[in-house]
Design a protein around this ligand. Structure first.
Ligand SMILES: [Zn+2]
Length: 420
């Protein structure tokens, strides 16, 4: 039986992987003996959607995970999406007791060995509890950085992420003693660096940052050495990359300007408690209340029509939905272009499990905050270009570029032993 490590370096492109490998001798050796493809995400390249695709081998149109949250009962009170919403995931093909997951979005504590994702909506950080005793250095690293903090000292934020990743890498090495069949380890450093440093990360003259890269690369080398000795097959993946960001777009502000919703100027105290536990701009306490809404964006990258049939406080009749969807489909790209000078990629859906519109504005971040000036654009935002690298000896048919669904299915086949 082949044992597997899936190592996720989300945020790096294929070229950046080779660049980073010079800080990690064993990663460099791996890159020389692996085949790597560019991996292209679909329209939505947020962390949750890309991970849902990796875990299920399905497109977002099938697994229905379009972000951290989705509105289920009320349009303006979205609920956290977890693995429970996804249906069949490839992890279930392996005995849960012989699986370890570290910092993987969507996964919840379960029979598997589990260490919190930095965005998990739970107070638990390690499961089972006995595992915590073996990992005294794993602490709750879910420190939330405000945009002001980040602007003042992005290097400190990056350093914090590197320290947290070093602990996660150590934890993955410790888990090997349990003879696990499958270990998933996601590092967050390159996601943090992407958002707040972007091109600065690749400027080698920045000495303090090079120390951090050496720390991270050294820890990874140690882990890869251990994995080699324990005969693990290693797959390295990045579910998305980064592109520079020039604007922050407030879709609800534009929908309000078009008369599709009204936004109250006070914080919403009615939000469900699960959402409050999450960090990130989508869940900050500066949320503004949407009222008498025909349609709004309650999760970044989506617009839902407030259907009477779908939501408890819905206002739009079934026979009005198609026309309203068409109207917003025409209105929104024009409004984004007029206000921000940016193009918009849009997809309209009639499946009642999906948002009415799903979109991406390349080069833009999103906000729900009406006071736009308080939130400057970050250095960069997710782009759909990551990579997939597998050992040459697995003989997988990898093209130079593959899409995320095909990539996920290759990984799933490797895990279940059905790959050639
Ligand atoms: Zn990110």
């Amino acid at each position: 039986m082949v044992k597997h490590l899936i190592l996720a370096l989300d945020g790096l492109s294929r070229e950046e992987l080779f660049w980073f490998s010079k800080f990690s001798p064993l990663l460099h050796k791996y890159c020389q003996t692996a085949v790597a493809s560019n991996l292209t995400a679909e329209l939505l390249c947020n962390t949750q959607t890309t991970w849902a695709t990796l875990l299920t081998g399905k497109s977002w149109k099938e697994h229905h995970c379009v972000g951290y949250t989705k509105p289920i009962l009320y349009l303006t009170e979205p609920q956290i999406v977890t693995e429970a919403h996804l249906g069949d995931i490839f992890l279930t093909r392996v005995d849960a007791e012989r699986t370890g997951a570290i910092n993987v979005p969507l996964l919840r504590p379960s029979a598997r060995k589990w260490i919190a994702d930095s965005a998990s909506a739970t107070n638990m950080t390690v499961s089972p509890a006995s595992l915590a005793q073996r990992l005294p250095r794993i602490t709750d690293r879910r420190s939330f950085h405000t945009p002001g903090n980040i602007r003042r000292n992005p290097i400190a934020v990056w350093r914090d992420a590197v320290r947290a990743d070093a602990e996660r890498i150590y934890a993955a090495g410790t888990l090997l003693d349990s003879n696990l069949e499958l270990v998933l380890l996601r590092l967050s450093s390159f996601d943090v660096a992407g958002h707040f440093l972007f091109r600065e990360l690749f400027d080698d003259s920045f000495v303090s940052k090079v120390d951090d890269l050496n720390l991270l690369g050294g820890a990874l080398s140690e882990l890869l050495q251990k994995m080699e000795e324990a005969e693990y097959s290693v797959v390295i993946i990045s579910n998305y990359g980064f592109e520079s960001c020039s604007r922050v777009v407030n879709i609800n502000g534009l929908l309000a300007a078009g008369g599709y919703c009204r936004i109250a100027l006070k914080s919403d105290s009615r939000r469900n408690s699960a959402a409050k536990e999450l960090s990130g701009s989508e869940h900050s306490n500066r949320w503004h209340v949407l009222q008498t809404s025909q349609a709004c964006s309650s999760t970044h990258g989506t617009v839902h029509i407030n259907s009477k049939n779908r939501f408890r406080t819905g206002v739009v009749e079934d026979n009005e939905i198609a026309a309203l969807r068409r109207e917003i489909l025409e209105y929104l790209p024009c409004a984004v272009h007029k206000r921000h000078g940016l193009g918009m990629l849009l997809n309209a859906n009639t499946d009642p499990e999906l948002p009415d519109l799903v979109f991406r504005v390349p080069g833009a971040d999103y906000t729900f905050n009406q006071t736009l000036n308080s939130y400057d654009a970050p250095a960069a935002v997710h782009s759909p270009f990551g990579f997939l690298a597998v050992p040459k000896d697995r003989m997988l048919p990898l093209d130079d570029t593959i899409n995320s669904v095909a990539g996920a299915n290759l990984v799933g086949q490797l895990i279940s032993g059905s790959a050639p």
